[in-house]
Design a protein around this ligand. Structure first.
Ligand SMILES: [Zn+2]
Length: 302
């Protein structure tokens, strides 16, 4: 398998450094929509799809999130444009694995008409009903982003097999056995991560289970106030979200050398992968950051 890391949606949310902890100034931050394109024997597989075409998203997205997140809606960043620029035909994307159906993950789905969309059954159910929090529920889920999908593969929660202390779905219909769906509930009711056995260690895409690289790879959670606020606003189950984040933090310390964990929106994480070249694994840099003395012994939830 060959894995490409794609940014399918730059956003410049209000708050600058207060939001992302890195930008200069406090006006606009800079986050990404980190997606994956996997070349496999089962065809091309996309993991999350970011935002769709500007002309569509301007009609589909809620005003609230458009103003808050300031998505740039750059045509060349759409998943379909990047699939084409890598030399592939979008019709050869046979599978899309979606962590959850939020507007910033599902925008590109309908550009791939031959793809089966894989996710938890719970996520599809709550998204169809707009049940994702009292205020944000109907604003985060935008059914027009996925109402023309022909083929869904939905997986029940709670019937998983163990993987690294998590339950997971191992047999995704038509997908290679190296790709697992790992429920990480809390951000939404059916949110999950995606683990990929590269043959040289695991990649674990945690979606929106955390937002900032300071939330894993260290004993104590570190997260800028803006991202902290945003995550709190978007959560549906705080206890589950924080418990899963703690498990991810634990995993990142206990398996620093054989699992690389990354989330959807952290720019620094994305750049580490993107700069390492297509399919390369920037593990050495991660090892540096995650010093071996950082054992889980004192890792605490915050
Ligand atoms: Zn998101």
């Amino acid at each position: 398998m060959r894995i490409h890391h794609l940014n399918c949606g730059t956003c410049c949310p209000w708050g600058g450094r207060l939001f992302d902890g890195e930008s200069r100034g406090v006006v606009h931050g800079h986050i990404v929509c980190h997606c994956l394109l996997v070349e496999s024997d089962a065809g091309l597989i996309l993991v999350d799809t970011g935002y769709g075409h500007r002309r569509l998203e301007q009609r589909r997205l809620s005003k609230f999130f458009t103003v808050l997140n300031q998505p740039q809606l750059i045509e060349s960043e759409t998943a379909v444009a990047q699939v084409r620029s890598l030399g592939f035909d979008p019709r050869d994307v046979r599978h899309i694995v979606i962590t959850h159906l939020d507007f910033d993950h599902a925008g590109g789905i309908e550009d791939f008409p031959n793809a089966t969309v894989h996710l938890t059954a719970r996520e599809k159910e709550v998204a169809d009903e707009g049940r994702g929090g009292a205020f944000v529920g109907t604003r985060r889920y935008r059914p027009r982003q996925w109402d023309e999908v022909n083929s869904w593969a939905l997986y029940p929660l709670g019937r998983g097999e163990p993987w690294m202390g998590f339950d997971c779905v191992r047999d995704l219909e038509g997908l290679p056995p190296e790709i697992l769906l790992v429920p990480l509930v809390g951000h939404t009711w059916g949110h999950s991560g995606v683990a990929i056995d590269t043959g040289n260690g695991w990649l674990f895409y945690a979606g929106d289970a955390y937002f900032h690289h300071g939330e894993i790879g260290r004993r104590n959670r570190r997260c800028p106030p803006g991202m902290r606020f945003y995550q709190d606003m978007m959560e549906v189950d705080r206890d589950a979200r924080m418990a899963n984040q703690l498990r991810l933090r634990r995993l990142s310390l206990e398996h620093a050398n054989d699992i690389e964990i990354f989330c959807a929106h952290d720019r620094q994480e994305f750049e580490q992968f993107a700069n390492a070249g297509r399919g390369d694994r920037p593990l050495s840099r991660w090892r540096e950051r995650r010093a071996p003395e950082q054992t889980f012994a004192s890792a605490q939830p915050t």
